[in-house]
Write a protein that binds this ligand. Structure first.
Ligand code: AMP
Length: 510
């Protein structure tokens, strides 16, 4: 009987004597050894009562064993629920209540703290960063063979909580078919083969590292250099063996800052891919100048898997996320109606990649997922004359000041181009007169002391007056979440009272 996702991704490992994972010290885990690990874990999970459809929640460090858990849950027809290890006990308590898993697997160091939060009906086992733990002990000595449980493409494979830069995290229900269709499309589109070696330094609790990177490598028979996180010297050490790398924009800026990163260091890599957050056009250009390669930027989200990609063979354009992937429909809408090319509106997406809805949130699902299958992404964008999609911001980022709409990205692009400015984040803050006022948070290039007044003056010529930030501050770093996304909610909170009272302090530029 068939289990489409397991059959396509994990079953082929069984007969593979060559490396599937290359570990930080250069040791290799063959496909067959990894397949055995999956089977032993699946048997252990079944022994703990995990049935098809049950949620298996894992808050564990990145390791081969942690990845094997994903395979084991898939083999059992269970729903895999990976969580960011950075979540506190209190946050995990929320996820436990929401997902109602059969089992929580956590790091041994978290066991005592989480014990009180785990209801009696939920089992608890440990898996540590070094692969040891109570679950590993139970898996020891089990058979190397486990026939996967029959599943349908419409059955749930994973519940992935949105990384949530605003509001509460929601569980996105992803089916086997969602994951499989996207893996097939991406592997073909980016020309992955069994000869590829993917440098994997992403976390595996998020769609980028778990599904985009891992599923694409698995379905194409590629190997992965499996690093616990992004460490520039380690990445430089392993790059000569890699043929591809996937990363968030921060990986690329850090590589550019790393001594020794040049075209020779990147020579063996055929494809660098970026996503999860906007890649600055400047980073794109600097990377090409240094490494002699154009980064391929793509766009997706937890709920939809990947939607667009710059072309593999054609022109990879900085500041754009390329074209709709094969099988994916994208339209730009205003109040639900499609609008003309060149206009900014809501990005809506439909395709086999789009999720089934939010776990336990039927009203929210109906709000965001239309009856005709289009998902309202919350991202604002436009298609340019050549058909490339540009992301302009999130709907929640949209600033309405004195009745006028301002897209932060437009202002950020201009601020980023001002000499001395490294990066910017533009937000709307409550304002007694305008409702919201535009506010800029800047970081400076090394060694530069920014004069915010001069920076803002540089916007006068290119930008309509209503879009001008009414004030700006300089900070050391912009707050980012684990995937490198700027947390504008944190900035809105920190500076929320800025315009609350009339500005009398002359050091505050008006
Ligand atoms: P997540 O669900 O954590 O993957 O976050 C998805 C969100 O990240 C999208 O809705 C976009 O707002 C943003 N995002 C992903 N890829 C890109 C990209 N290439 N450029 C700009 N924003 C992106």
């Amino acid at each position: 009987m068939a289990n489409p996702l397991f059959d396509a991704l994990f079953s082929p490992l069984k007969d593979r004597s060559t490396a599937f994972l290359v570990l930080p010290d250069g040791a290799e885990v063959s496909g067959a050894a990894f397949h055995s690990l999956i089977c032993r874990f699946a048997i252990a999970l079944r022994g703990l009562g995990v049935m098809p459809g049950d949620r298996v929640m894992a808050q564990v460090a990145k390791s081969p064993e942690a990845l094997a858990l994903y395979g084991a849950a898939t083999a059992l027809g269970a729903v895999f629920v990976p969580l960011n290890p950075a979540y506190t006990d209190l946050e995990v308590t929320y996820f436990l209540g929401d997902a109602a898993p059969r089992l929580l697997i956590c790091d041994g160091s978290r066991r005592a703290g989480l014990q009180g939060a785990v209801p009696p009906s939920v089992g608890m086992q440990t898996l540590n960063a070094d692969g040891t733990g109570s679950l590993t002990d139970m898996a020891k000595g089990q058979s190397d063979d486990f026939p996967p449980v029959a599943r349908d493409a419409d059955d749930l494979a994973a519940l992935l909580y949105t990384s949530g830069t605003t509001g509460r995290s929601k569980g996105a229900m992803l089916t086997q078919g969602n994951l499989l269709s996207n893996a097939e499309v991406l592997a073909r589109f980016w020309q992955f083969t069994a000869q590829d070696v993917l440098l994997h330094a992403l976390p595996i609790f998020h769609t980028h590292g778990l599904f985009v990177a891992t599923n694409v490598a698995l379905i194409s028979g590629a190997a992965m250099i499996f690093l616990p996180g992004f460490d520039a010297p380690a990445v430089l050490h392993h790059l000569p063996r890699a043929t591809t790398m996937m990363g968030v924009p921060t990986f690329y800026t850090r590589l550019l800052d790393a001594p020794g990163f040049d075209s020779a260091a990147a020579a063996h890599v055929r494809l660098f891919i970026s996503g999860s957050a906007p890649l600055l056009a400047e980073t794109h250009r600097a990377f090409e100048a240094r490494a002699g390669q154009r980064i391929l930027e793509r766009y997706g989200m937890t709920e939809t898997n990947m939607n667009t990609s710059n072309p593999y063979l054609g022109d990879r354009r900085a500041g754009t996320v390329g074209f709709a992937l094969p099988g994916v429909d994208i339209k730009i809408t205003d109040s639900g109606s499609e609008i003309a090319q060149g206009q900014v509106g809501m990005i809506e997406v439909r395709g086999p990649n789009v999720f089934n809805g939010y776990w336990n949130l039927p009203d929210k699902t109906r709000e965001d997922l239309r009856a005709d299958g289009f998902f309202i992404t919350g991202d604002l964008g436009m298609f340019d004359a050549d058909g490339y999609l540009h992301i302009v911001g999130r709907q929640k980022d949209l600033i309405i000041s004195g009745g006028f709409n301002i897209y932060p990205k437009e202002v950020e692009l201009l601020l980023d181009a001002v000499p001395g400015v490294l990066e910017s984040a533009v937000i709307g803050l409550p304002h007694p007169d305008f409702g919201e006022a535009v506010f800029a948070v800047l970081t400076a290039r090394p060694g530069v002391v920014l004069d915010t007044g001069l920076v803002l003056t540089a916007l006068h010529a290119p930008l309509a007056r209503y879009k001008h930030p009414k004030a700006a501050v300089v900070v050391a770093d912009l707050p980012r979440n684990a995937m490198g996304k700027v947390q504008k909610n944190v900035l809105r909170e920190a500076y929320g009272g800025w315009f609350a009272s009339p500005v009398t302090d002359p050091s505050r530029p008006e």
